[in-house]
Design a binder for this molecule. Structure first.
Ligand code: IPE
Ligand code: IPE
Ligand code: MG
Length: 254
């Protein structure tokens, strides 16, 4: 990634105040991209990593502060063992190769999901990158790894109940803010925009609670083909929407 500040004229095509602060991507379609070319599914994942780097770089240059990537769901564990192993290897290589870029551009890496499940070497690489970028605050890259929303909620409820039992948390109904601090996304703003590629119209257990007021954008492009122009289209669509958060349109426009 070249330095983010190096291209001040890089425009998303929408006014800065209509830009989402946080965009989350459900990166889907790697397998179908490969199949359409007579390639092994792994080739699709490999090409998908290239897209990841481009999309993250473009998002930050456009002025988006936080990018979340759904990289591996808890349910993806049930894929054929060789695909899971290949994805884990790819993840480790990606983290190793990408860390210098994150450091250079002062991007904080956060991980959501249950990473205790990851193979030891992969988990160690992830933890190292997270701790080495901990001090940065300008841009945040959140990677959902072995993540499922229901799993996250169960872990949060159990940690919360433990604190109540220990007396470090009050009994009674907590405020949303208090409970949200137990989620993997503690301290990360909710996604303003969630983009899913490959034509699938579902969340697949992704950020169910955090998406309460997110805007959704679905496109048919398969993830390996998702381009800067696709991203600009999604941002233009987002910019045209009126987010009302329960209020009337008149209240919002006043
Ligand atoms: C997304 O692509 C990547 C992961 C879920 C790891 P897929 O592998 O789901 O690709 P399709 O949906 O089979 O085309
Ligand atoms: C969702 O994609 C998970 C990721 C993008 C990592 P899937 O391809 O696993 O989702 P489903 O199974 O089609 O819902
Ligand atoms: Mg898929």
């Amino acid at each position: 990634m070249p330095e983010i500040s190096a291209m001040p004229d890089f425009s998303p095509g929408v006014p800065a105040d209509r830009l989402p602060a946080h965009v989350a991507f459900i990166m889907d379609g790697n397998g179908r991209w490969a199949k359409a070319r007579g390639l092994n599914r792994f080739e699709g994942h490999l090409r998908g990593v290239k897209t990841v780097m481009e999309v993250v770089e473009n998002s930050f240059r456009f002025g988006i502060k936080t990018v979340t990537l759904y990289a591996f769901s808890t349910e993806n564990q049930t894929r054929p063992a060789e695909e899971v192993a290949a994805l884990m290897n790819l993840l480790k290589t990606f983290i190793g190769e990408y860390l210098p870029d994150l450091l250079k551009n002062e991007v904080r890496l956060r991980v959501i999901g249950d990473i205790s499940w990851l193979p030891e070497d992969v988990g160690a690489a992830v933890k190292n990158a997270v701790s080495r970028t901990e001090k940065f605050s300008g841009h945040t890259l959140v990677v959902a790894l072995n993540y499922s929303s229901r799993d996250e909620i169960l872990r949060a409820v159990s940690a919360y109940a433990k604190d109540v039992a220990a007396g470090t948390q009050a009994t009674g109904t907590p405020s949303w803010e208090t409970f949200a601090d137990y989620l993997d996304t503690a301290g990360i703003s909710d996604p303003d925009l969630i983009i899913r590629t490959s034509g699938e119209l579902r969340l697949s257990n992704f950020l169910l609670l955090q998406a309460a007021y997110s805007e959704f954008y679905f496109c048919d492009t398969l993830w390996p083909d998702f381009s800067k122009e696709d991203l600009k289209k999604a941002l233009a669509d987002y910019a045209s929407r009126e987010r009302r958060f329960g209020k009337t349109g008149e209240q919002i426009r006043r």
